[in-house]
Design a protein around this ligand. Structure first.
Ligand SMILES: Cc1cn([C@H]2C[C@H](O)[C@@H](COP(=O)(O)OP(=O)(O)O[C@H]3O[C@@H](C)C(=O)[C@@H](O)[C@H]3O)O2)c(=O)[nH]c1=O
Length: 186
């Protein structure tokens, strides 16, 4: 597993080794023991899978508030998408800063998004499939969203995105009161 830092040090790109042969490839996409050895001891408890039928579908920016905050490990099963994480920890020196990384079935990259960051993505091909692990269970009452177009993120869009009703009316970042505290910052 190759581990790379992004412009935000807490957001990591994990690229599993691929064992290729005549059939295709094999890869370990998460190995708890090996990741703990690398200092990434995350206890994932739920796996999610979503498919977006059309390119230009944007989901986000989402988070779960404490005590149900989630770290996520995100990867692409089919197609490709731009994956985005933004620091929403109150008092963070990097509050409002974001990173965007293209994840595709071809490049096999995964984004590790810790607690305290909102997450979203926009698909870049039809029928794009996203698979991700979460470190806490879904809790509808803790679900939060920030409007995708209120944070200065370059989504690489050439037209208006396809959104859920919930995401279309999410509050902007400047009207947002963060439930995440500075104590998460080391
Ligand atoms: C996220 C989630 C949703 N649901 C249900 C609620 C709802 O009826 C339906 C669709 O939910 P949503 O519209 O919130 O799905 P979606 O917009 O795909 O939400 C996801 O977006 C990405 C960016 C994330 O980071 C995820 O954590 C999650 O928030 O699925 C669950 O049962 N479990 C879950 O873990």
């Amino acid at each position: 597993m190759q581990i790379e830092k992004t412009a935000l040090p807490e957001i990591l790109i994990l690229t599993p080794r691929r064992f290729e042969d005549a059939r295709g490839f094999f890869a370990e996409t998460w190995n708890k023991t090996r990741m703990a050895e690398a200092g990434l001891d995350v206890d994932f408890v739920q796996d999610n899978h979503s498919v977006s039928a059309h390119a230009g579908t944007l989901r986000g920016l989402h988070f779960q508030a404490p005590p149900h905050a989630q770290a996520k490990l995100v990867r692409c099963g089919r197609g490709r998408f731009l994956d985005v994480a933004i620091d929403i920890r109150a008092g963070s020196p990097r509050y409002g800063q974001w990173v965007a990384v293209e994840l595709s079935a071809e490049n096999g990259r995964q984004l590790l998004v810790p607690e305290g960051f909102a997450h979203g993505f926009v698909t870049r091909e039809d029928d794009t499939e996203i698979v991700y692990k979460c470190s806490d269970f879904y809790d509808a009452a803790s679900d939060g969203a920030i409007h995708w177009d209120s944070c200065g993120i370059d989504w690489g869009l050439s037209a208006e995105p396809i959104l859920s009703e919930k995401d279309a009316v999410a509050p902007p970042l400047d009207a947002f009161s963060s439930p995440f505290a500075m104590k998460d910052i080391t």
